[in-house]
Design a protein around this ligand. Structure first.
Ligand SMILES: Cc1cc2nc3c(=O)[nH]c(=O)nc-3n(C[C@H](O)[C@H](O)[C@H](O)COP(=O)(O)O)c2cc1C
Length: 234
């Protein structure tokens, strides 16, 4: 790793304190007593572009320049998707009953100061947890019915869900709530991209099993959406 790594007690980070009142959204992966957390820069809470301009300018972008992104931009996208925005642990996107079923994965292929690989976002620590090494963007594009442009993006966000967190409280209707929540998180990513002069597209056409395998998702999580991000190519 090229960036400082903190050894953290994951259980304390993800399930302690006020978060418990909103459910333990992120459980530790099997067999992990501690993990290597890559701290992200603090997100910026103000920007140059008014919200109305971002809504007006937002478009789906499928053509990217080869420029790398940096950790500051990564931080901003992950915060927009699922960042903690409240002392009680509430997040940037609404969640039915604050059950927080979503997990955000980062497939990095050209991010300064970050080795190519798959990472999982830890909202509580605002950091990245390594899942697997190596550039997986080609596999993601293949899983997405061969939408080749996806592999050109320097980074790809994948929104996945542990449905049980929400169906455990709301029964089968909880699945509907999770899909709604994914849409909220995805729109946040779109608007954040617009505000930063970057581009993205929500991709819903993919083979679930192939994408889960490309990312190494735990069996209880299912992928719901892919958001390739990059500098728009004119
Ligand atoms: C649920 C959903 C799934 C989508 N899946 C794909 C996809 O697989 N590939 C793609 O290129 N665009 C996909 N899109 C983007 C739409 O094509 C796009 O939003 C639409 O053409 C309108 O353009 P705009 O986003 O620029 O307004 C998807 C959008 C949504 C909301």
């Amino acid at each position: 790793m090229k960036v400082p790594i903190l050894r953290v007690a994951t259980l304390l980070l993800v399930c302690g304190g006020a978060m418990a009142s909103h459910g333990c959204a992120q459980e530790p992966l099997d067999g992990e007593a501690s993990m290597d957390l890559i701290s992200l820069p603090d997100p910026q809470l103000s920007g140059e572009m008014p919200l109305e301009e971002a809504i007006h300018g937002r478009r789906s972008i499928r053509s990217f320049r080869p420029d790398a992104l940096d950790l500051r931009q990564v931080s901003q996208f992950l915060w927009a998707a699922q960042g903690i925005t409240d002392p009680e642990g509430l997040r940037s996107a609404p969640s039915a009953g604050a059950t927080y079923p979503l997990e955000v994965y980062l497939v990095a292929s050209a991010v300064e100061e970050l080795d190519s690989g798959v990472y999982r976002y830890d909202p509580t620590a605002h950091g990245l947890l390594p899942v697997g090494p190596g550039d997986r963007s080609e596999e993601v594009a293949e899983a997405a019915l061969d939408q080749r442009w996806i592999a050109d993006a320097p980074l790809i966000l994948v929104l996945a869900a542990d449905m049980g967190r929400t169906t455990g409280r709301y029964g089968e209707r909880g699945r509907r709530y999770v899909y709604m929540e994914m849409g909220h998180a995805a729109q946040n990513v779109y608007l954040q991209a617009e505000a930063l002069g970057l581009g993205t597209t929500l991709v819903g056409a993919f083979r679930d099993g192939d994408l889960a395998e490309a990312l190494g998702l735990p069996s209880k999580e299912e992928p719901l959406g892919i958001l390739p991000v990059g500098v728009p190519s004119p």
